[in-house]
Design a protein. Structure first.
Length: 245
């Protein structure tokens, strides 16, 4: 071993190896990775997704992505979760807020247009398509999709309960499960058609959304009339008594 003064000097002045994991516990680093992966998924899709390109976009070493997420599938599910949790909370809050159901339907439509523009709809569709041939990804993706469907079902149940409270009752065949199925499956099909840019389908979908809007406005009006009926009865009775005096 060379123990000469010059050798010791070289060792002393040798630059320290870069610490790849200086930001290993940084929430900001994780957020940058998720944001970069979301943009890549929304613009290029799952098949073209590259961990090295995501790392470059995020400005981090690709080893950090492996540390935080281990696999590409775990990364994309984390991307979906980060966006999906916010959107589910937004929808849940909207459904639980006071107000007529026609207005909530209009709000849901605006949310959809926003999600389409942000790239979230494309990200979800990409993971759905990829999960058809990737069982591991499907096991992670499916519970997220079912959570959204459950939210729709709960909202429909609450709407039907509110309608029945005001004396508006639909035929028994139109159960909450049936109506929720119509809404969720229609919406998912509409998303794929919109992503494919099928103009003719888009026009039909908008007409269908408008029709539901009209239906809800009609049901809201009936519920409002039923709610006002007990208040009108005393006035009518008083008027009748005056008439017969």
């Amino acid at each position: 071993m060379d123990k000469s003064p010059s050798a010791r000097a070289r060792v002393a002045h040798k630059p320290a190896a870069p610490r790849l994991f200086d930001e290993i516990d940084s929430a900001d680093t994780r957020a940058k990775i998720l944001a970069a992966a979301f943009r890549r998924l929304a613009s290029e899709g799952y098949a073209a997704l590259s961990v090295r390109e995501i790392a470059r976009d995020a400005g981090v070493n690709h080893a950090l992505i492996n540390y935080h997420f281990r696999t590409k599938d775990q990364l994309v599910i984390a991307v979906l979760d980060a966006a999906n949790q916010r959107l589910l909370a937004r929808q849940s809050s909207m459904y639980q807020a006071p107000g007529v159901f026609a207005q909530k339907w209009a709000d849901a439509r605006r949310f959809y247009e926003s999600d389409l523009g942000s790239g979230f709809v494309r990200v979800q569709a990409e993971l759905w398509a990829a999960s058809l041939s990737n069982a591991e990804l499907r096991d992670k993706f499916l519970p997220r999709l079912l959570a959204w469907k459950q939210l729709v079902l709960q909202a429909v149940r609450e709407a039907l309960d509110a309608a029945q409270t005001h004396g508006v009752e639909l035929p028994r065949v139109l159960s909450a499960e049936v109506i929720a199925c119509w809404i969720s499956e229609f919406w998912l099909g509409m998303e794929f058609a919109d992503l494919l840019g099928v103009k003719e389908e888009q026009l039909t979908h908008r007409a269908a959304l408008d029709a539901v809007q009209w239906l809800l406005e009609s049901l809201d009006a009936r519920a409002a009339a039923a709610a006002a009926e007990p208040e009108r009865r005393p006035a009518r009775k008083a008027a009748a008594r005056k008439t017969h005096r």
